[in-house]
Design a protein. Structure first.
Length: 87
């Protein structure tokens, strides 16, 4: 009989925790998402002000091109060594 009571208590606690988690998990997750969003907005606040300094009209196409450094192909890589297999 004690074994049956133990199993019943375990099942009752399990379903109680499951129900409580259904109620509170969305609230906790939305709170964490809001805090994370506020943290990122605080950290990225300086970057967004840089982009808002330009006056852009809707439909304007802006292409910012960065010039890549030219590579020179005349670098010495090294000396070629031919290996032979020894048996």
């Amino acid at each position: 009989m004690a074994f049956l009571k133990t199993i019943l208590v375990i099942l009752l606690v399990y379903y109680l925790l499951k129900t409580v988690a259904k109620w509170f998990a969305p609230r906790v997750l939305s709170y964490a998402a809001k805090k994370t969003e506020a943290h990122f907005k605080e950290k990225m606040g300086g970057f967004s002000s840089q982009n808002s300094t330009r006056e852009e009209q809707v439909g304007d196409v802006i292409i910012d091109k960065k010039t890549a450094p030219k590579r020179s192909n005349n670098k010495k890589v090294g000396e070629y060594i031919d290996f032979e297999e020894i048996e």
